[in-house]
Design a protein around this ligand. Sequence first.
Ligand code: ADP
Ligand code: MG
Length: 394
Amino acid sequence: MANSKGTPSSGRSNLITPPSSPKHSKSSSNLCDNDLGPLENLRSSLDTHRAVSHTEDNIIICPFEVEYIKDHNGQNQIFGYGAWSTVFKGTCHRNTIASYGLLTPPSSPKPSPPILVAVKAPARKDAPLILRSEAQALSRLMSLDLNEERVATFHGILDRESSLVLAAHPLSLESYIKSHAQIARTSLVRENISSPVIGSSAIWLDLAHKLISTLEWLHNEAMTVHGDLKPGNVLLKPTTGLGSFSYHPLLIDFSSSQNLATEEITKNTLSAITLEYTAPELLSVRVLNDPKSTATTASDVFSMAVTLLVAATGETLVYPKEYQAFQRRHFAQSGHMILNNVRSFSMRVPRQGVVSRVLEKAVLKHDMGRISTSAWKQLVEDLLKDTKGELAKM
Ligand SMILES: Nc1ncnc2c1ncn2[C@@H]1O[C@H](COP(=O)(O)OP(=O)(O)O)[C@@H](O)[C@H]1O
Ligand SMILES: [Mg+2]
C-alpha cells in the first residue's frame, strides 16, 4: 500500500520514507520499462554539454530531475533492497536535462524516451552518512578511465535526500546464477555434471577474467577496496564484445569501500557483511568490534573468489540452505578450507579443474600467501592461453 507521501510500504520495518522533494522526485504512473530509452549516452551527453557540479565534499550532483516509476497499484517500483538502502526504479527526462541548461532542446519533433535510472535511497536512520561516503567513492571512480566497463555509472546525488542516482541494470549476477542453477538442475547429464552451472568452464573462465580484471583495476588504478563483494553486488550489462560470457560485470554498492589513497578510514561497516562471502580474518569478535577495522585488498580477493565459486556451484548462499547458522559461522571462519568444504556437496569444483586452479591461491589464509589481484589476473590470462583449444571442447 502507498503511504501518505505516495511511497511504498514494503513490509520492511526499517524502511524510511523515500525522498519526496518536488524538485527531484516526481511520480510517473504511466511508464513501464518498455517505454524507456537506452541510457548509454547519458553520461557522455552530460559530460560534453557541461562541467559536472560537485558538492563541497566532492560528490557529483545529479544534474537532472528523477521521477519514480509506479506500478498499476500506484506503488513505487523497486529494483532491490540492501543492508542500508532501498533501490527504486526511476526515470530521467531529457527535457529536464535541457531545463537545467545542459543540452540544447531536441530539434527532432519526436520526443526521446525517458532514461531508466536506479535511485538508491537510505533505508535506516544511520544510512545517509554511509550513502554520502559511498557517493564520494563513486564520484572518484567516475573520473577514472575505463570506469564505464567496471562500475555502474553514477549520475550523482540528490543532495537533500542523500539518495544516489545510478544507471539501471536490472540483471544481477546473483539472479543470473540462480536461474542457471535452476536450468542446470533440470538438464543434468553425465557430461555436464562437473561443469560450472553458468554453462561451461570456458564461460566461467571468461567471467573470472572479467571480474578479476575489474578488481585489479579497482585496487591498482582506483586505489579502492570494495569491501562487500558478492553476486548481489555485481550487475550485468549485455555486451557484444569478445568473450563467451556475454555481459560486462559492473560493480555496485561501495557502502563499505575504502580509499587506499588517504589515511582516513571509512567507518566500520562490517556489521552489514554477508558472512559466507567475508574473509575469515575479518570474522573474529575482536575485528568485528574494532571501529578501526576495515576490509582490505586481500579480503576483497577472498570475497571475489567466493563469488566465482558460487558461479560454479550455483549455491548463492555458498553452503546449502539446510545448514544452520552455527555451521555457517564455523565454515565461514575456516574460509581457507572452502574448496574442500564445498566439494562435500558439489561435484562442480573438481580437484585440478579450471575452477580449482583459479581459486586455490585466492582463498589461502591472508598471511599464508593469498594471491594479489595483479598476480591473480596474470594467472587467469596464462590459463586462458594454455587451455584455449581444450576449453572450447569442455
Ligand atoms: N544500478 C542498479 N540497477 C539495478 N538494480 C540495482 C542497482 N543498484 C542496486 N540495485 C539493486 O538493489 C540492491 C541493493 O543495492 P546495494 O547498492 O547493494 O545496496 P546496499 O548498500 O544497501 O546493500 C542490489 O542488490 C540490486 O538488486
Ligand atoms: Mg548490497
